[in-house]
Design a protein around this ligand. Structure first.
Ligand code: ADP
Ligand code: ADP
Length: 224
């Protein structure tokens, strides 16, 4: 599976050119999109997640035309927004079960298995009966990943997830993304160099809506 972005541009109604002719090929693996605040990362992530329209350009995911076949994309893509809204009074297990129903996993036993597997994968199984309001930042982010993984996406989009995580949580979270990258396209947007230098297999640097460098992290960071 490969995500191919061609000549993507987006200008907001206030005249801000958030993306300027972006071209990227994103293969399976953990892919870092590094850039400062305002660089255009969230705009690109929302467009990839079919939540926003570009002005021009094309995006393909294997055989799927991402900008045209939105329903196909949504079936195969998981998105973890920058601020994952949580429901403080819900217990993790119950809420994940609820999202699984919404995702169309109708069979009760199948749903139970999926929920259990995802809570174990994200290291939340021991905390499954806790209310989300009592979760730490890292636990909330991992719960967000569990939700995004419902339906077994082939592409996972994670926007600035490590802001507000303590160092141990950050490492644990990045390791989880790296594991997911073994079988899927995982795109991590961040302004923190260490997020991409440690575990990403490839990366791009974006600034003022333009891709400056696309390379393996060691080469990209040397070029800065
Ligand atoms: P990043 O995620 O890298 O911080 P964004 O994609 O959020 O960058 O923003 C890129 C630029 O577009 C910034 O200048 C931002 O202020 C502007 N921008 C983002 N969203 C909107 C919007 N809805 N309307 C107008 N300008 C926006
Ligand atoms: P980011 O940290 O990703 O740049 P922001 O905090 O800039 O996010 O933006 C948060 C929300 O506000 C987003 O939905 C974005 O589209 C919107 N937004 C950002 N900049 C502007 C802007 N200049 N005008 C209108 N909406 C904006």
């Amino acid at each position: 599976m490969e995500l191919q972005i061609n000549n993507l541009s987006k200008t907001y109604s206030n005249g801000v050119q958030a993306l300027k002719d972006v071209n990227l090929t994103i293969p399976t693996g953990l892919y870092g999109l590094l850039g400062p605040n305002g660089a255009g990362k969230s705009t690109l992530m929302r467009i990839l997640a079919t939540l926003q329209e570009p002005d021009s350009g094309t995006i393909s995911l294997g055989d799927i035309d991402v900008l045209k076949q939105k329903n196909e994309v949504r079936k195969t893509l998981g998105y973890l927004p920058q601020e994952f809204g949580v429901y403080p009074k819900s217990r993790a297990e119950d809420l994940l079960n609820h999202f699984a129903i919404l995702k169309g996993i109708a069979d009760r036993r199948a749903r139970k298995e999926v929920v259990e597997a995802l809570l174990k994968q994200t290291n939340l199984w021991d905390k499954r009966r806790q209310k989300l309001g009592g979760y730490s930042g890292g636990m909330k982010q991992r719960f967000g990943v569990a939700v995004a993984l419902l339906g077994n996406p082939k592409v996972m989009i994670v926007d600035e997830p490590t802001a507000g995580l303590d160092p141990a949580e950050r490492v644990r979270f990045l390791n989880l993304l790296s594991e997911l990258g073994e079988n899927s396209v995982v795109i991590l947007s961040t302004h923190i160099v260490e997020d991409v230098s440690e575990l990403c297999t490839r990366m791009a640097i974006i600034d003022q809506g333009q891709i400056l460098i696309e390379a393996e992290p060691i080469k990209a960071i040397e070029g800065l």
